[in-house]
Design a protein around this ligand. Structure first.
Ligand code: NAD
Length: 397
C-alpha cells in the first residue's frame, strides 16, 4: 500500500446510464458523504431532465461529453453491458477513474483491453456492484480469513427469482449479446464465493437450462466450483418466477426491503405488456419512480459457508453462526445510505484518497467473468473446465 495524504475533497461522480442500476447508484451516491453527483449521460431525455432537476448537475446525451467534463473525477458506467468495454476505455482515455457495472465485459479479450487502457492512462478501476460488496459477505470473509473458525470446507449459494420474466429488451434474452442469467445474475454468485474462498478457483463443472423457447436464453444453472485450496462451492440459480428463495430469507428483497411474495406475478404482468422493451426502459429510468431506502441488508439468495468449527449464513440483518453451542446472531450495523453500493463507493474512495489497492479491480473481475464463461462452456461440452486467469483476494483495508 502506498502511503498518501488523505484528500478530504469529495469525489465528483458522473453517471453513465440512468436506467435501473444508474438509479440505485444515484441514490447511494447522494447519501454518501464522500461523493458529489456532478453529471450524468443518457440518450433518453426524461431521466436526464429528472437528474438535472434533482442535483443541479450537468447532463449530456453522449457519454463522450460526460467523460470530458472536468468536474467529473470518477465515471460510474451502468450502460447495457455490450457497451462496457467501449465506454470504460473511453473514460480511461479521458483520464477518468472508473466504477464499471458487472459483468465487466462479454469476453476475456475485452477485459484485457479495459485493463490495458486503465494501466496506459494510469486511472483506477473498480468493477461493481456485485453482491460480494454486501456487508454480510465482507464480515463472513473476515471471520473465515481470521482462521478462528478453522478451515473453510465448502460454500453453498442459491437464488430463485423472477429474473427471466422482468420486461426485457430483445438482446437481454440473447446469450450471445450478454443476455440471460450467466452474464447478469450468476456473476454475483461467482464473485461472492470467490471472495469467501480466497479467489483462486481451479475448475468448473456446470449444467445450464433454457426451459422457455420464447425466452431462449439460460434461465437456470447448477455449477460446482473447486478452488486451489480445496474449497468447493455450489451455485444454483433459477430465474423462472416460480419458487422465490426470499421466502427462506425472511421475506426480504434483494435490496433489503420487506417483500410480499407473489409467485408468478412477473409472468402474469408480462402477458399484459404489449411492448416489453418500452416497458423495460420506462419502468426503470431515473425519475420514473421513488426508490425506497432499504430497511435491511441487501442479499443475493441464500449463502452458507461450512467451516471446521461452525457454519455461517448471511441473514437479513447480519449473519447467523451455528456451532456446537447453538445458533448465534451477529448483527451488522446497516449504516447510512445504500449498503452494497455504499461499499463500492467506499472502495473507490479508499483507492483514490488513501492509496489502497482495490479488491474488485480489473483482474479480479476478469477472473469472475472467466468463471461465468467456463460455466457456459462446461454446460455446452458436458465436461469440467480448467480456469487460467484466477487471482487471489487482495484485502483493500
Ligand atoms: N449490480 C447490480 O445489482 C445491477 C443491477 C442492475 C443492472 N446492473 C448492470 O448495469 C448495467 C445496466 O443495466 P440496467 O438494468 O440499469 O439497464 P437499463 O436499460 O435499465 O439502463 C441502461 C441505461 O443506459 C442508457 N444508455 C444506453 N446507451 C448509452 C450510452 N451510449 N451512453 C449513456 N447511456 C446509455 C440507457 O438509455 C438506459 O437508461 C448492466 O450491465 C447490468 O448488468 C447491475
Amino acid at each position: 500500500m502506498t502511503p498518501v495524504s488523505p484528500d478530504p475533497a469529495p469525489i465528483g461522480l458522473g453517471i453513465a446510464g440512468l436506467g435501473m442500476a444508474g438509479t440505485v447508484m444515484v441514490q447511494a451516491a447522494a447519501a454518501h458523504k464522500g461523493y458529489v453527483l456532478r453529471a450524468a449521460a443518457d440518450p433518453h431525455a426524461a431521466p436526464r431532465t429528472a437528474f438535472a432537476r434533482d442535483f443541479n448537475a450537468s447532463v449530456y446525451d453522449d457519454i463522450g461529453a460526460l467523460c470530458a467534463d472536468p468536474a467529473v473525477e470518477v465515471v460510474y458506467i451502468a450502460t447495457p453491458h455490450q457497451f462496457h468495454a467501449l465506454h470504460a476505455i473511453l473514460a480511461a482515455e479521458h483520464g477518468k477513474h472508473i466504477i464499471l457495472e458487472k459483468p465487466m465485459a462479454l469476453s476475456l479479450a475485452d477485459c484485457d483491453a479495459i485493463i490495458a487502457a486503465v494501466e496506459r492512462h494510469n486511472v483506477r478501476l473498480i468493477v461493481g456492484h456485485t453482491h460480494s460488496f454486501d456487508p454480510q459477505i465482507h464480515v463472513m470473509r473476515l471471520l473465515i480469513s481470521s482462521g478462528a473458525l478453522g478451515r473453510l470446507g465448502m460454500i453453498h449459494t442459491f437464488n430463485y427469482t423472477n429474473f427471466l420474466y422482468r420486461p426485457r429488451r430483445p438482446e437481454e434474452l440473447d446469450t450471445a449479446q450478454g443476455g440471460g442469467i450467466l452474464f447478469n445474475q450468476v456473476p454475483h454468485q461467482v464473485d461472492m464465493v470467490r471472495l469467501l474462498a480466497g479467489g483462486l478457483a481451479r475448475s468448473v463443472r456446470a449444467q445450464t437450462t433454457a426451459l422457455d423457447p420464447p425466452r431462449p436464453t439460460e434461465g437456470s444453472c447448477a455449477a460446482l466450483l473447486q478452488f486451489e485450496n480445496g474449497v468447493a462451492a455450489t451455485l444454483v440459480y433459477s430465474g423462472y418466477d416460480y419458487f422465490d428463495s426470499d421466502e427462506w430469507h425472511f421475506n426480504i428483497s434483494e435490496r433489503g426491503l420487506p417483500k410480499s411474495l407473489d409467485h408468478g406475478v412477473a409472468r402474469r404482468a408480462l402477458l399484459k405488456t404489449p411492448d416489453e422493451a418500452r416497458a423495460r426502459t420506462e419502468a426503470f429510468a431515473y425519475g420514473s419512480g421513488k426508490a425506497d431506502a432499504p430497511s435491511h441488508q441487501p442479499h443475493f439468495g441464500i449463502t452458507i459457508a461450512t467451516c471446521e468449527k461452525s457454519e455461517l449464513r448471511a441473514t437479513a440483518d447480519g449473519l447467523m453462526q451455528y456451532d456446537q453451542f447453538g445458533a448465534h446472531e451477529i448483527k451488522i450495523e446497516r449504516g447510512p445510505g445504500m449498503p452494497g453500493r455504499r461499499e463500492v463507493l467506499d472502495e473507490m474512495g479508499r483507492v483514490l484518497r488513501l492509496g489502497t489497492r482495490a479488491t474488485h479491480d480489473g483482474r479480479w473481475a476478469k477472473a469472475t467473468l472467466e468463471v461465468a464463461l467456463a460455466i457456459q462452456q462446461s454446460a455446452a461440452e458436458g465436461q469440467e473446465i480448467a480456469l487460467r486467469h484466477q487471482v487471489p483476494v487482495v484485502d483493500d483495508r
